[in-house]
Ligand binder design. Structure first.
Ligand code: C2E
Ligand code: CA
Ligand code: CA
Length: 893
């Protein structure tokens, strides 16, 4: 920089002038010598005119000539002298002028001769180095001068320093007082040197300041978190890039500066950048804000950019300053926000409730959803941006506005109100809710109004309230309502008045359901409920569950209760006709009386249930009033349940065997019948504990034991007689019955053809397909399947058709009724005929008398079973039958 400084050049110029003047001074001694030679002549002439003797003419002439000559010489001398003086003056003037000129120069100058003596120095030089004229004398050794300077603190180098011949130098010397002196020195051809000294301090400070300002600005630019790039418009090359740009472009600054966009970005991205640049240059004012998309690696980045064109002093575009930011994420976010907004609007639009939003400041509609359009009977374009009075007639507007004001005053609390309104011809109920949305400062900003048609909801609510206390099918009060009514009755009776609680059960309703299906069952329940309600004559009637009803009746007890039970039964006498099906339905009733049988709702109902259970045990269609000891029986039953669970493990179960025989012939087999030898209760009949075992599922484990025991027993007989085992329908529902039978046959070695499994139609009533499938697979094992108790239930003939039974056992009821009613004989005859037709052997059970046996013999019944042939007994009792010769059955008549 210094080298190129024009001021430095002026230094050279000055040095050149100096050299010239020094060269002229160098000529001065020669000129003086010439003058001195000339001035020596007059002194020689004077000695030649010495007054020594009188003279002759020739002498005189000679003297005159000599005088003239002397005069001539004197005048020449005078001329020469005057000339000399003039020259000297001129010379002195010239010298003074030169030194004045040199002294007035802004630089310090010093000239050192070949002997290293100071030839010249100007005032400026002395001033720079803190010296005065008095300090220096002409031709003093330069080392002395340096020593002086050293004493003044303006030199700290070696005072014996000598210039190298032929060298020149430019440098800056720092001297005391923080000053900087710029020195340029040239050595002279004949030795010595001339040097120029310039106090550079101010200039240096300024440039230092400039440097720091530049550094400051650069660091500012470098640290702003926005990319800054400056390009020269002329050649399109980057001349500046800040750190953010480096980071964004992933190029170091050295690579960016001097490069063009295409050196940094992909071709396509560079085109976008150049296009943005061109837009900025072409724009009015040279200032544009735009977005540029560039690729970086395999990602696309969106840059928010501002481009400014900087002009030179002639107004020509010179630089392009680009400031840009990577706004990809922000863009994605705002796009997402936009999406979310659209989404929410869509959602609001599809909410089946009218939603309206007003701005509180001017009460104008801001948002109206689709449902609100229909509700307000206006398209939303007619509402948005308008006030209510610009949309609706004054009275309606005034009303709405009034309510809006109320809601705004509530500051964020919801104002709700129900109001009826006509929709078409119908009057419907609406719920309007208004809430003001507050801004950050807590001032109401928006008012949201939601109008909802709550007609259906109110209806549903009252329906639900009804449902909570009523049975959905019959619309009778339910158990909850019944318990509440009981509580109220207890409170009202205050221990003084009696009332009865009836627990009523429909007989055989489950079978109706199973046989005719639930649709018929439901209709039957509805019909039965109507009859019960009619017969109740104002007594409280509730449906407690399935086919169970509860009633409360006051009056003298238990007579009033019994009278009601009787009325109910009479109401059931007439058969029901449901979907062309004629159904008979009976009732069984249990009664508990307040206060003697309990004084709280739960206890009263529980005791009525106990009485009902007892009534069922007695006979279907009976009525039973609670007695204290019944409670004990119920408890016994529970205890028995638990004891039964232990029975198998305690070896309390045994099998009895009852023979089956062909009429007039030998015993063909035995039916295994289980007995429970209870340590305290004695022998408990299967009719008592089998239902208990079925209820608890114990029958599965028990049935397995029975089957294994019976098969094991039969396998031990000498004679290959049949062994019949009863299966409960519950055994068909749990576990793998087929695998069990198979395993037991293998285990005991009993020939499958000897095992006869007795099932009732209950197996097929529950799950027909499953029941049938199991029966088929059992039969596939080679065992025989007998239909037990035929005629006791619904005995659908379809069951006989769907499965090839190996035997049909006519229910003992019919045999026992032989002689008591004519129908029994007809039925037995018909079933025997059916068996013949289907080619299925028929067995008559419960043969107790000779008459019965002879009737069956005359009807050619295949087999018989009953006390008359043989009672169920331990197998030891029939030891000779299974081992020895077969005894013939006594012949009828
Ligand atoms: P069921 O299968 O019909 O068995 C015949 C029932 O009639 C037996 O009653 C038997 O003792 C009785 N009985 C036989 N001959 C006569 C007679 O001449 N007159 C009268 N009045 N009754 C007669 P039990 O042994 O009390 O069995 C009752 C019911 O218990 C059986 O009826 C059967 O359904 C069930 N049961 C008995 N043992 C088992 C068993 O091991 N497993 C299963 N699942 N059920 C069994
Ligand atoms: Ca049986
Ligand atoms: Ca039977």
């Amino acid at each position: 920089v210094h080298r190129d400084n024009p001021r430095a050049n002026s230094g050279h110029f000055v040095t050149a002038v100096m050299q010239n003047s020094i060269v002229r001074r160098g000529q001065k001694p020669a000129a003086l010598a010439a003058c001195l030679a000339a001035s020596a002549c007059p002194s020689q002439a004077a000695s030649a005119f010495g007054l020594t003797a009188p003279m002759s003419q020739p002498q005189f002439d000679l003297a005159i000539s000599a005088g003239v000559l002397a005069l001539f010489f004197a005048s020449v001398l005078l001329w020469v002298y005057a000339r000399h003086r003039r020259l000297k003056l001129r010379e002195r003037r010239r010298t003074r002028f030169a030194s004045a000129a040199l002294n007035n120069m802004p630089h310090g100058i010093i000239m050192v001769d070949s002997q290293h003596r100071m030839a010249f120095c100007n005032d400026q030089y002395l001033a720079i180095y803190g010296l005065t004229r008095a300090d220096v004398r002409p031709r003093m050794p330069f080392s002395e001068l340096l020593a002086l300077r050293r004493a003044r603190g303006t030199f700290d180098g070696d005072v014996t320093w000598r210039v190298k011949p032929g060298s020149s130098d430019n440098y800056i010397r720092e001297i005391a007082g923080g000053r900087a002196i710029r020195i340029s020195r040239r050595s002279l051809p004949g030795g010595g040197f001339v040097s120029l000294h310039e106090d550079f301090s101010d200039h240096r400070d300024l440039s230092r300041q400039l440097a720091t300002t530049k550094g400051f600005l650069e660091s500012v630019i470098d640290n702003i978190p926005v990319c800054v790039a400056v390009k020269s418009i002329e050649d399109g090359r980057y001349i500046l890039a800040n750190r953010a740009f480096e980071q964004f472009s992933r190029f170091p600054r050295e690579k960016i500066v001097g490069a063009r966009p295409e050196d940094i970005f992909t071709l396509q991205s560079a085109e976008a950048v150049l296009k943005a640049d061109a837009d900025a240059i072409a724009s009015k004012g040279g200032n544009v804000t735009l977005e540029v998309v560039v690729e970086r690696g395999d990602e696309r980045r969106v840059l928010g950019s501002r481009r400014v064109v900087a002009h030179d002093e002639y107004g020509e575009p010179k630089f392009l300053i680009a400031l840009f930011e990577d706004i990809t994420e922000r863009r994605a976010l705002s796009a997402e926000l936009e999406e979310t907004k659209k989404f929410l609007e869509l959602v609001l639009d599809h909410i089946p409730t009218a939603i309206l939003v007003k701005r509180v400041a001017d009460r104008k509609y801001l948002f109206v959803n689709r449902h609100a359009e229909a509700f307000m009977e206006r398209p939303r374009r007619d509402m948005i941006g308008k006030r209510i009075d610009q949309v609706f007639p004054p009275d309606r507007a005034a009303f709405v506005d009034h309510r809006d004001q109320d809601a705004i005053r509530m500051r964020g609390e919801v104002l709700s109100e129900e109001y009826p309104a006509k929709v078409g011809a119908e009057l419907r109920l609406f719920m309007a809710r208004r809430v003001a949305v507050l801004d950050d400062a807590g001032a109401p900003q928006y008012l949201i109004q939601i109008d909802e048609d709550i007609t259906e909801r109110r209806r549903a609510e009252s329906r639900m309230a009804h449902m909570a206390y009523h049975d959905g099918l019959t619309d009778l009060p339910n158990r909850v309502a019944f318990m509440q009514a009981l509580l109220q009755m207890i409170d009202a009776s205050k221990g003084a008045d009696q009332f009865a609680v009836l627990s009523v059960d429909l007989d055989r309703f489950k079978e109706v359901n199973d046989v005719f299906g639930h649709a018929v069952g439901d209709k039957l329940l509805i019909e039965a409920s109507r009859r019960i309600q009619a017969a109740a004559q104002g007594a409280v009637v509730a449906r407690l569950g399935g086919d169970e009803f509860g009633m409360i009746i006051d009056g003298v007890q238990p007579d009033a209760g019994r009278a009601l039970a009787e009325r109910l039964m009479r109401a059931m006498q007439k058969e029901f006709v449901i979907d062309d099906k004629t159904i008979r339905l009976g009732l069984t009733t249990g009664i508990a009386v307040f206060p003697s049988n309990g004084d709280d709702p739960a206890q009263l109902l529980a005791n009525a249930d106990v009485a009902l259970f007892r009534a069922k045990a007695q006979a279907r269609g009976s009525v039973c009033v609670f007695e204290a000891e019944m409670d004990q029986q119920i408890r016994d039953r529970r205890a028995m349940h638990q004891e039964l669970a232990q029975a198998i493990r305690n070896n309390e179960l045994v099998l009895n065997y009852q023979p089956l025989a062909k009429i007039g012939q030998a015993v063909v087999g035995f039916e295994a019948l289980v007995r429970w030898h209870h340590p305290l209760r004695g022998v408990v009949s299967p009719g008592m504990f089998i239902p208990l075992a079925e209820e608890s599922g114990l029958i599965v484990e028990m049935g397995e034991w029975i089957l294994r025991e019976a098969c094991r027993e039969a396998a031990s007989w000498d004679k290959p007689l049949q062994i019949a085992v009863n299966l409960s329908p519950v055994q068909f529902l749990h576990g793998d019955l087929v695998a069990l039978v198979h395993a037991i046959l293998m285990e005991t070695g009993l020939a499958p053809g000897r095992l006869e499994l007795e099932i009732t139609e209950g197996v097929l009533i529950g799950d027909f397909d499953r029941g049938l499938s199991i029966l088929r697979r059992l039969k596939a094992l080679g065992v025989r399947i007998a239909m037990d108790d035929f005629g006791s239930g619904y005995s659908s003939f379809a069951y006989l058709q769907s499965f090839p039974f190996d035997k049909i056992k006519i229910d003992r009821e019919f045999v026992m009724n032989l002689g008591r009613n004519v129908q029994s004989a007809a039925i037995i005859r018909a079933v025997i005929g059916l068996g013949r037709g289907l080619d299925v052997p028929i067995v008559a059970e419960g043969v107790e008398t000779e008459e019965q046996l002879s009737f069956l013999a005359s009807e050619a019944c295949d087999q018989v079973q009953g006390y008359f042939i043989g009672k169920p007994a331990p197998i030891q009792h029939y030891a000779d039958l299974v081992c020895g010769a077969v005894a013939p059955v006594r012949k009828a008549g």
